[in-house]
Design a protein around this ligand. Structure first.
Ligand SMILES: [Zn+2]
Length: 389
């Protein structure tokens, strides 16, 4: 049987801010491709080959997400499901009223609030600007520690750098709108977090500076691991959740040290703070499922798997919800440039939840009421409860 979750609110647990002007400035014909994993990586990665941009756009024509996005958006805009018609209708609606266009997209799938990782893009887009670009949909802040490390390091002493970094963390925590901290150390020196003494971190800091701040495991890693531990300690005193990027990403990621397995021993140590594994370790979702089923305070955000794992959502949700308590699973889209990411991801997950939870009812694992509670939890209630939204 299939349950109906269309009445549920959606709160997106992981996305990135934009301004209305950003939407207007970009090439209208390539908006579908900017939603794809390939197109997103072309914008965010320092290792992208931009000579391949035309080929990447051609590939959208055979990407399941791209083809579904076009038809779903055509239905929303009331136009033919062809590239030309959708691009024209979308561009017209966007230019007529950018915040209204975004607000209607989010409303079409009941996306009532979003949690925005401010670390990308840089420089940081203020919460108020993103909220305005979404036509007033509530935006909650996640502060990323890596830009604060860049701002804190320099010519001075190690102790001075640590002090500036801690001031940045404390300043961020003074805003009640900031509901979590985030680290992308998986993109820098890896998730296998060590525990250097402050003398060892100070010596590494001198070497890191002499090495022109290159991201090596030899010089940068002891400093980054030391600061991450300081940030975790401060997050505990400020009663904030920690979001940790775990899994793949764009080609800048340190893929050799990005898995749930790499970060497991650190999470075992840090059981007295709620941790969200952003991206559920995708593509290592089975490993992340294990970690969240054995550590009470580790939560899973579904972004990256959603929407870019497109055909893997049903069986991944069956695996995750078959083992991890439903209250620890959060919907996220990883939107990082186009507002169409919000309704597409929300519909993808809602319909997959309806099918997967329906099969659990058929097997007599769940009552209809249990299934609806778990479904609404993944879509909105869990992220709200965890972050006190
Ligand atoms: Zn992201």
């Amino acid at each position: 049987m299939q349950i109906d979750l269309t009445g549920s609110d959606v709160v997106d647990a992981h996305c990135h801010p934009f301004r209305s002007q950003d939407l207007l400035d970009r090439e209208p014909r390539a908006f579908e491709t900017r939603c794809m994993y390939l197109g997103t990586a072309l914008i965010s990665s320092n290792h992208a080959n931009h000579d391949l941009a035309e080929f990447v756009e051609e590939l959208t024509e055979t990407t399941l997400f791209g083809l579904a996005l076009r038809r779903w958006l055509a239905a929303h805009l009331g136009c033919e499901p062809t590239k030309d018609a959708v691009v024209a209708a979308r561009d017209g609606a966007l230019r007529a009223d950018p915040p209204g266009y975004a607000r209607d997209l989010l409303a079409s799938e009941r996306v009532v609030a979003v949690v925005a990782d401010e670390g990308y893009p840089q420089p940081t887009i203020p919460r108020e600007d993103f909220e305005a670009a979404l036509g007033g949909v509530a935006v909650h802040r996640v502060g990323r520690i890596e830009p604060w490390i860049v701002a804190a390091r320099g010519d001075g002493t190690f102790d001075g750098m640590v002090q500036r970094f801690e001031e940045a963390v404390n300043l961020a925590a003074s805003d009640p709108q900031l509901i979590a901290f985030k680290t992308i150390i998986a993109y820098r020196t890896g998730l296998d977090i060590t525990d250097p003494t402050s003398a060892a971190a100070a010596a590494a800091y001198e070497r890191w500076r002499e090495d022109d701040w290159r991201e090596t495991r030899e010089h940068a890693k002891p400093v980054r691991d030391f600061l991450l531990r300081r940030a975790f300690a401060l997050a505990k005193t400020h009663d904030r959740v920690f979001h940790v990027h775990v899994g793949g990403g764009d080609p800048d990621v340190n893929l050799a040290h990005a898995t749930p397995r790499d970060v497991f021993s650190f999470f075992v140590e840090q059981q007295d703070i709620p941790i969200v594994m952003i991206h559920s370790g995708y593509p290592w979702v089975a490993e992340a499922t294990y970690v969240a089923s054995v550590l009470p305070n580790v939560y899973l955000d579904l972004s990256e798997l959603v929407p870019w794992g497109w055909g893997q959502i049903d069986w991944s949700l069956e695996m995750i919800l078959g083992a991890v308590p439903g209250a620890k699973v959060l919907h996220g889209s990883d939107e990082s440039s186009e507002p169409e990411m919000f309704p597409t991801s929300a519909r993808l997950v809602r319909e997959a939840l309806e099918r997967v939870l329906g099969t659990f009812i058929d097997r007599d694992f769940l009552s209809v009421a249990d299934a609806e509670t778990i479904g609404r939890g993944v879509l909105a209630d869990n992220v709200r409860r965890l972050h006190g939204i």
